[in-house]
Design a protein around this ligand. Structure first.
Ligand SMILES: [Mg+2]
Length: 271
């Protein structure tokens, strides 16, 4: 396990580190989000795809491979980014409406899940900093996982990083609720299982659909820029680019290491 985590700690880099973006974009994002009152937080709820595993590129690759086999590699018309955080059911429903394929949705869902699991097992895109964060937060809060993925996919992620099994007191899949993100169902179910009021929960997300779901659940939400740039996540309570910032926000400054975000030197002191 240690070898695995070390290997991926070398490989994983946030796709959208805040430092690489114009400071004004980040500044606007923070101004629009208001504050996070950590003293009210009694539990943390993690999203999985894009937060615990760098999986959004693998989801896209799985779909692209299947579209190629279906003969619509260049004509599928799917904007993958707009489906980040949403269920496979949602994407396939939209695809079927547009293309009327021969296969029923159940077959398409199974096909994509089978291929995605192959890619997940091969690539093992676990994010070590996310596991470190979960371990730190676990010492203070009850934790839940609330995912738009199906249980077999969640279990495969637990297989890749077995320590996660012991950190999450509750695990909720989109399979367990009537509506996926951006509906609040998975987060409300997670809070209920933890026995914590929604207003005392903080969600950790990477996608707009998850941010909206958390807001609809009445929860604080910290968005990390793993999958999308900060301006796409500006409706979160806070936007960060590093896991250590999340630990600092929820556990107090310094508890998350010394890698807190600093604006570029030439821009310090502005807004
Ligand atoms: Mg996600």
């Amino acid at each position: 396990m240690q070898t695995l985590i070390f290997r991926f700690s070398v490989c994983f880099r946030p796709r959208f580190p805040l430092q690489s973006h114009p400071w004004q974009i980040m500044n606007d994002a923070w101004k629009s989000t208001g504050g996070l009152d950590a003293s009210r937080i009694q539990a943390a709820i993690f999203d999985m795809d894009g937060v615990l595993v760098d999986s959004e590129p693998l989801h896209e690759r799985a779909y692209r491979d299947i579209f190629a086999e279906m003969g619509c590699a260049d004509t599928h018309g799917v904007d993958f980014v707009s489906y980040y955080g949403r269920s496979d059911w949602t994407l396939w429903t939209d695809f079927i409406e547009r293309h009327r394929p021969a296969q029923p949705i159940e077959e398409l869902l199974a096909w994509k899940q089978r291929h995605y699991l192959e890619l997940l097992r091969r690539e093992k895109p676990v994010i070590p900093d996310a596991i470190d964060l979960a371990q730190q937060l676990h010492a203070r809060f009850p934790l839940a996982l609330a995912s738009g993925s199906l249980h077999p996919v969640i279990q495969e992620v637990f297989h890749l990083a077995p320590v996660l099994r012991s950190l999450f007191q509750a695990v909720v899949s989109v399979q367990d609720v009537p509506h996926g993100k951006p509906a609040p169902d998975v987060f409300l179910r997670a809070a209920s299982l933890l026995g914590v009021p929604p207003a005392a929960c903080c969600v950790i997300e990477d996608a707009p659909a998850g941010v909206e779901a958390a807001r609809a659940a009445g929860m604080a939400v910290i968005a990390i820029t793993n999958s999308l740039p900060p301006e796409r996540l500006a409706r979160a309570t806070r936007v960060v680019s590093r896991y250590s910032e999340i630990a600092d926000l929820l556990l107090g400054p310094g508890r998350g290491g010394d890698s807190r975000f600093r604006p570029p030197a030439e821009l310090r002191g502005r807004g």
